[in-house]
Design a protein around this ligand. Structure first.
Ligand SMILES: [Mn+2]
Length: 414
């Protein structure tokens, strides 16, 4: 990204504004929408775990406890104005002196208050169903005591979400198999459904349960919730306060994620999206403003589930990425910037012209209308929105100028 000195910002914003006006688009409205866009940042992005398989890697300045994670998340919000909520994991963000089996919702009051003092709040809550006590599944385990323990934990996560979060719980399960015939596949799913039923029935009606799916990992032969259809099926068997959580990196290579999103939206299924950029598998790279992300945003904007004034209509949005090598705060800021760019582009799509070309099977012209918005450089809009909010014009450069990285490396080692 080029340096954003802002010297010619007014000029470039005005030129773009005139171009957009020719297409019937009010640049000011796009700018205000960009200001309204919010995305959650996960606490685990800042600590040792870093999201995924790199559990023991300690990058310089990594947060050593949940309070430090809240400070880092708050700093990302301070630089972007776009991340007021932090997603937490019940098992990772519990007070360190509390054992996993002794976790209670009220133990999260202090961390929530601390987060608020820093300028952020709790967002979605995840029960920690993996890396906890069993290699043989969680909510689908054939061991009743394993299921019991993790059902109780998930119910606690629902209580945390109800009392201290935004009343959304997201479930990702490690359950699966590595070999054909390792387990009876349907029996495994039935046990999972039974566990989810207990959790759903015990939770407050206020809580929305979003079920995440993943084709692979840690299971290499099967996962119990392997795709959006299974997730939707299980969710809808429980009741109305459920939906599907789509994670970019959880699909087979070549799967059309945009189509999955379009179908869920079309059917009115409540949803959430975990953003990352996938190149090979679930490697969770920082989000880039690429064509597939743009296509997904076009669907979200069309369905009006991004900045709907009725918050219950909006999907839940979270960055869920892993920074194995790169500076993780850079990665978080780059991700937020990329999402804002992508959202702004999706707002520029001329839907009337598109619908007309679609109706007359004018395939290439329909595609060119779609690409016209994608190829528009919307960065003057983002920069103007940032200037008006007293934010750095480029959040990554703003971070480097802030001295925060030096400070945390000194405090935390690295
Ligand atoms: Mn995810």
């Amino acid at each position: 990204m080029p340096t954003a000195s802002g010297k010619h910002l007014k000029e470039s914003y005005e030129v773009l504004g005139r171009e957009l006006a020719e297409r019937g688009i009010d640049i000011g409205a796009v700018k205000e929408a960009v200001k309204d866009f919010k995305v959650e940042i996960p606490s685990w992005l800042f600590g040792r775990f870093g999201g995924g398989r790199f559990g023991n890697y300690m990058p310089p300045g990594a947060a050593l406890d949940s309070r430090a994670k809240m400070r880092d998340a708050a700093f990302v919000h301070k630089l972007t104005g776009a991340t007021p909520r932090v997603a937490i994991h019940a098992g990772w963000d519990k007070p360190p002196e509390v054992a996993f089996d002794d976790i209670e919702a009220d133990q999260f009051a202090d961390l929530r208050d601390y987060a608020r003092e820093q300028g952020v709040d709790f967002g979605t809550v995840s029960p920690t169903l993996f890396l906890e006590g069993t290699h043989y599944g969680s909510l689908s385990s054939n061991l009743a005591d394993v299921r019991r323990r993790l059902i109780r934990h998930a119910i606690t996560a629902c209580e945390i979400a109800e009392k201290y979060g935004e009343q959304i719980v997201t479930y990702w399960l490690p359950d699966g198999t590595n070999y054909p015939a390792q387990e009876d596949l349907w029996a495994q799913e039935e046990r999972l459904r039974g566990s989810m039923r207990e959790i759903y029935d015990a939770a407050s009606d206020k809580v929305l349960h979003l079920i995440e799916y993943k084709l692979f990992e840690p299971g290499t032969y099967s996962t119990v919730i392997c795709d959006a259809g299974v997730a939707k099926d299980i969710a809808q068997s429980l009741g109305e306060r459920t939906g599907v959580l789509v994670d970019m990196g959880h699909h087979a290579w070549g799967v059309n994620v945009t189509q999955i999103v379009a179908r869920l939206l079309g059917m009115g299924v409540p949803g959430g999206f975990h953003f990352n950029t996938r190149y090979a598998a679930d490697d969770d790279h920082a989000i880039e403003p690429n064509l597939s992300m743009y296509a997904i945003f076009c669907e979200l904007v069309k369905a009006d589930v991004v900045i709907n004034p009725d918050p219950s209509r909006n999907w839940a949005y979270m960055v869920d990425q892993c920074s194995a090598l790169e500076n993780r705060i850079h990665a978080a800021l780059h991700a937020v910037d990329s999402l804002q760019v992508t959202f702004a582009k999706a707002l520029l799509l001329d839907r009337e012209r598109l619908a007309a070309y679609q109706a007359e099977h004018n395939i290439i012209l329909a595609n060119r209308v779609f690409l016209d918005a994608f190829l528009t450089d919307v960065r003057p809009i983002l920069r103007m929105a940032r200037r008006e909010q007293d934010l750095p014009l480029d959040p990554v450069e703003g971070y480097d100028a802030s001295g925060y990285q030096k400070k945390i490396e000194k405090e935390r080692g690295g």
